[in-house]
Design a protein around this ligand. Structure first.
Ligand code: NAD
Length: 254
């Protein structure tokens, strides 16, 4: 692995615009399960509950969904060394964007600035009305549930309320998709951290970057279908690999 760490550190130092793309695997070291690992969320929840169709048609699925959100929000997860390493890339003046599929807000918590972060699949911080698009703080909706509302609806238009995250089958947010595509095409180095790269259209970003001429690095604990397309692949925990890469860059700079 040492050679690969050295190589990626070198690539970052030579790059002008680094785009980072993160998935659930960047947050497992913070204690948040991913979807597809053996002990992942899909070992405890029915994947169908994460579809928009199930959410709008089944009141019990909505209850389970709010319960899942409550667990996520009340656990007070903290960023781990991989998130801090991405924040360090911004401090070093290398980061053009961090495109995240995650909804946990941990790139913000680690210190990346708002304008660098693209939350492609939404955020757990807010809830939204599926009819009028009104936005509310998720904690306020959870409080209403705690106070006895079983199936919260919008107070303005009576539409269904839902966490402001993108469920399977739901349309992607246009602004975030545009920003992600532009940043992927404009970077000279694209680094994937902790994603199985099977959820599309998000997983198309490394393909766009590579086609536009960027180098591609994949840091993921297990292999992905895109490994063969990458210039460097590191099968290691994100925190360990990213820490080592940042240390190497700092050594080289000192
Ligand atoms: P995924 O579950 O499909 O894949 C996660 C990948 O990360 C796996 O290949 C796994 O081997 C790898 N991994 C796990 N722990 C790792 C670690 N410590 N270091 C390096 N790699 C590690 O997740 P995905 O590709 O992000 O796609 C699934 C969807 O899951 C996304 O749309 C995302 O919105 C959603 N999700 C988000 C969160 C979160 O916000 N933290 C949690 C679960 C799922």
């Amino acid at each position: 692995m040492e050679d690969h760490i050295e190589k990626v550190a070198q690539m970052i130092m030579e790059a002008k615009k680094v785009a980072v793309f993160t998935g659930a695997g960047v947050s497992t070291e913070s204690g948040i399960s991913d979807f597809r690992s053996p002990d992942g969320i899909w070992s405890r929840y029915d994947p169908e509950d994460f579809t928009i169709q199930r959410f709008v048609s089944d009141k019990d699925a909505r209850k389970r969904n709010w319960q899942f959100r409550k667990e996520l929000v009340s656990a007070d997860y903290k960023p781990n060394p991989a998130h801090f390493a991405v924040a360090e890339l911004e401090k070093l003046g290398k980061l053009s964007c961090v495109i995240t599929q995650n909804i946990d807000g941990l790139h913000h918590a680690a210190g990346n600035s708002e304008e660098k972060i693209v939350e492609l699949h939404g955020t757990i911080k807010y809830a939204k009305c599926l009819e009028c698009d009104d936005r509310l703080l998720l904690v306020d909706v959870l409080k209403r549930i705690e106070d006895g509302e079983e199936d919260p609806h919008c107070k303005k238009c009576d539409g269904l309320l839902k966490a402001a995250t993108i469920s399977f089958g739901e349309a992607m947010p246009i602004d975030e998709m545009n920003r992600s595509e532009q940043c992927s095409k404009a970077c000279d180095l694209f680094i994937v951290i902790g994603s199985s790269l099977v959820v599309f259209p998000a997983a198309n970003m490394p393909v766009l970057a590579k086609r536009a001429g960027a180098s591609l690095v994949i840091i993921n604990y297990t292999s992905t279908d895109m490994d063969s397309m990458a210039d460097v692949v590191i099968h290691e925990k994100a925190g360990i690999a990213m820490n080592a890469i940042i240390d190497k860059i700092k050594q080289n700079l000192s």
